[in-house]
Design a protein around this ligand. Structure first.
Ligand SMILES: C[S@@+](CC[C@H](N)C(=O)[O-])C[C@H]1O[C@@H](n2cnc3c(N)ncnc32)[C@H](O)[C@@H]1O
Length: 260
């Protein structure tokens, strides 16, 4: 299988050096599972000063990225038949784990990073999708771009040591993950639940299901479309229900269901 290509148009290519020190992502780069191709917007700038920005028409604070350099940079990238262009903007759709899963079936993602006051409106025509990292404003699109590279790379086959770990992770399935513990058994008078050292795998699985359900209802019941199925589940029913219950209720939404 060929590498997954991330082509990033940015004024700050050095920011992406962080990817060389990020554990799983660094290994994916070393194993050629991914390639991060940086396209320095400055090199596509106008005139001898390589100008990339200008004052906004109509007045107002700050500078706006000009369209020509971004178009030239985008045109210079060789596109595969399974390629998508994403524009980083706080005005876009908020990134979800489902997007990363869907895009992991492509083999190229081109990411355009804005800076300053943003970009000329005509740049939007280059984008298949406009993506926001969340409802807040950052100074540039580099951190959102690295988030996409990071989150998508760990979904690619061969990246994680144990791909099973994706199955019950928060946001890969409709429920938040259950509480996790490691040694020591008692820490600052906080004890690991006895069930986890009981050796009874069936009971451990049921406990995890129950905690996942409780935690999701407490913190993020917005994640579950078919809420009525869960809110009607009392503790006793959770214990009686099988994985099939979750599978039949949630598989359509997520493709995965938890592998407690
Ligand atoms: C200071 S922001 C510009 C915000 C713009 N003036 C607006 O109000 O929509 C500069 C650049 O950072 C990036 N950026 C900032 N916040 C972001 C977010 N939440 N998600 C994705 N990109 C973001 C975008 O590329 C944006 O063009």
């Amino acid at each position: 299988m060929g590498s997954f290509n991330f082509d990033v148009i940015t004024l700050f290519p050095k920011a992406f050096e962080l990817l060389d020190n990020l554990g799983v992502i660094t290994r994916a780069l070393e194993k050629n599972l991914i390639r991060v191709n940086l396209h320095n917007l400055r090199e596509f700038g106008e005139g001898s000063y390589k100008q990339v920005d200008d004052k906004p028409y109509g007045g107002g604070a700050g500078m706006v990225l000009k369209p020509e350099p971004i178009y030239r940079a985008h045109e210079s990238i060789i596109k595969s038949s399974k390629s998508k262009t994403l524009l980083m903007t706080p005005q876009g759709r908020v990134l979800k784990q489902k997007d990363l899963l869907e895009w992991s079936n492509l083999d190229q993602i081109i990411i355009i990073c804005g800076q300053y006051e943003g970009f000329d409106e005509r740049v939007r025509h280059l984008a298949d999708e406009e993506i926001s990292l969340g409802d807040y404003v950052l100074s540039g699109g580099e951190i959102p771009a690295m988030s996409i590279i990071n989150g998508l790379t760990r979904l690619l086959p061969g990246t994680l040591g144990d791909p099973e770990s994706l199955l019950n992770e928060s946001h890969n399935c409709p429920l938040l993950e259950y509480p996790q513990y490691t040694r020591p058994f008692v820490f600052k008078e906080m004890k690991v639940p006895d069930i986890l050292v009981s050796g009874n795998h069936k009971e451990i699985k049921l406990w995890r299901m129950q905690k996942s359900v409780e935690r999701t209802l407490e913190r993020r019941d917005d994640l579950i479309k078919s809420k009525k199925n869960l809110t009607s589940l009392n503790t006793q029913r959770v214990k009686q229900e099988s994985e099939e219950f979750f599978k039949s209720n949630f598989e359509d939404d997520y493709g995965f269901y938890p592998n407690w």
